[in-house]
Design a binder for this molecule. Sequence first.
Ligand code: FMN
Length: 360
Amino acid sequence: MIVSNSAPTPQRFLSGLVEGVCESMRNFAAKLVKIGDIALGEFPLLLAPMEDVSDPPFRYVCKQQGADLMYTEFISSEGLIRDAVKSRQKLDIFDYERPIGIQIFGGDEEAMGLAAKIVDATQPDLLDINFGCPVQKVVCKGAGAGVLKDIDLMVRLTSAVVKGTSLPVTVKTRLGWDDSTKNIEEVAERLQDVGVKALTIHGRTRVQLYKGEADWTLIAKVKNNPRITIPIFGNGDIDSPQKALEYRNRYGVDGIMIGRASIGYPWIFREVKHFMATGEVLDGPTLAERLDACKTHFEKSVEWKGEKVGIFEMRRHYANYFKGLPNFKDFRVKLVGCEVPDEIRGTLDRILVEYEGLVN
Ligand SMILES: Cc1cc2nc3c(=O)[nH]c(=O)nc-3n(C[C@H](O)[C@H](O)[C@H](O)COP(=O)(O)O)c2cc1C
């Protein structure tokens, strides 16, 4: 029998098959978002760093609901160097949280370089620099968003951090200082040039603080700049699965960072993911799920912070977990006024009994 060259011999068929599989794997790999060697999936959802909010107990519940990358709240570089207890405690990270980034801020090159070394020793997956905090006490020290007034300093600070650590360094910043200095396009190129491995941009200026609507058009410009090869994450005002998908499609970012919408509502992560994967709006959490998350948050707080501080700091979260429950005031008053863990647990259990059947 004569076999033509093009006939699919078993060997050719097999090698074709293998090549096909490799090709799909290459395509799949090409779509994965990576920061350095850290693979984050096709469209990562990031939990925003938030002072007094994104501590380990809160991160635990967000991780359970699908946050792909999380950050600590910002930590003062000077505080780390002074070995201040509060700053040191914020370095606490746990293996189940990975990948996790530790965020630092500061306005002094030497201090930032030294702080980077301290962070390095705690072995997070990455180190993030905050150039976006608008709070006056931070800005007036030339740190956080204060650096937006001096881009050369921002680049030098970043360079000092990159040199001080072997970790991938990322930056979170805003569009600029004010309307007349929205220099994020230049900033992105210069930060990439000194070794930054990903950039998160909050679509507001420092002067805007949290007012008005976040403007993502400049974020899209940065993303579409052919010189930019690092992942660009968009941030600002994402509070629903529909908006997340709309902004992903419209602005072409590599991932989205979510802050305020996750407070008391960690389900935002699973809802966005589900909507992006299926186009269906997932039902919101049941009352039992809300209670479960709140209780977990409470237990983790007491475990990590100790009974006194854990109970005290948990008070700011109850209203958020039970938003929308009618006539909730009495329960809230009990929860925030109580100092005995078992009584708090008992009150939480009674919420389920009281509202079961009345709400989802
Ligand atoms: C209570 C609170 C604390 C914050 N603390 C930090 C912080 O420590 N570091 C930081 O980079 N941004 C901080 N931010 C800004 C958020 O990370 C995020 O950029 C901002 O809230 C916009 O995103 P959102 O609209 O999804 O909330 C904070 C925001 C809030 C509301």
